[in-house]
Design a protein around this ligand. Structure first.
Ligand code: 5RP
Length: 243
């Protein structure tokens, strides 16, 4: 398994890579893998469902695949970028305060471990993404094979309150190295931080982060949240991983 543990820079998409997956005019072969996973996820959605829409370049493939099915859906977006793209495609995006549960949520990930722990938040949307995933009966993760790792490692994205930020950062740094990301505040007004310490026990780190005042959320998603991981392959086939 290979590892992709580099957090994306500010914004919702990786630097130098457009939604079309072109880097300096060259088509990124990863895009075919992402598209295969995304199209398989679109087939999991049924008419009348309430659907959570994740964030990132893999989800950017999911949105047109979902829109093409022309289903009657109510959708919730996890970021302004997703909301804009989804609306432009004709998807019915509603404020999350109009729905108290979702049938399914579909999102990408930065890392998927062998035990199905996830690291999310390379695009900085992990707090909203976790709220949406937790509200869904099924959480489907769509990735290219480079996201599969044996075990979770740094960086782990965090979202930290601006109030008392230096004090919270000092608490985090008592456990491991961490840096504020050079990125705008999140839509909820918080500061993005990347934790660069090792993660020998994701459960313990997740519990510690969740219990630390000022840490609004972290990008560690436990296996219990995951219903299905769809891994797109270069030949268009898709592997299905379940907990
Ligand atoms: C955004 C996320 C993304 O789902 C994650 O970064 C994967 O992005 P991509 O599909 O562009 O590789 O967690 O906060």
């Amino acid at each position: 398994m290979s590892s992709n543990r580099t957090a994306a820079p500010p914004g919702w998409f990786s630097s130098g890579t457009s939604r079309a997956g072109r880097v300096r005019g060259v088509v990124d072969p990863r895009e075919d893998e992402k598209r295969a996973a995304a199209e398989a996820a679109a087939q999991e959605v049924e008419d009348g469902m309430a659907v959570g829409l994740g964030t990132g370049s893999t989800v950017a493939h999911f949105l047109p695949a979902l829109a093409a099915r022309r289903l009657d859906l109510r959708c919730v977006a996890t970021s302004p970028a997703t909301e804009t793209q989804a609306r432009a495609l004709g998807l019915n995006v509603q404020p999350f305060d109009l729905l108290d549960r979702l049938d399914v949520a579909v999102d990408g990930a930065d890392q998927v471990s062998a035990g199905l722990w996830l690291v999310k938040g390379g695009g900085g949307a992990h707090v909203r993404e976790k709220v949406v995933a937790a509200a869904a009966d099924r959480f489907i993760v769509i990735v290219s094979p480079d996201k599969l790792v044996e075990s979770i490692g740094p960086p782990v994205p965090l979202e930290v309150m601006a109030f008392g930020f230096p004090a919270t950062l000092r608490q985090i740094r008592a456990v491991g190295p961490a840096e504020a990301r050079d990125a705008p505040a999140t839509p909820d007004g918080n500061i993005l931080v990347d934790y660069h310490g090792e993660v020998p026990d994701p459960d313990s780190l997740a519990a510690w982060l969740s219990a630390t005042p000022g840490v609004v959320g972290h990008g560690l998603f436990p296996p219990g949240l995951v219903s299905l991981v769809l891994v797109g392959r270069p030949d268009g086939t898709v592997d299905r991983l379940t907990p």
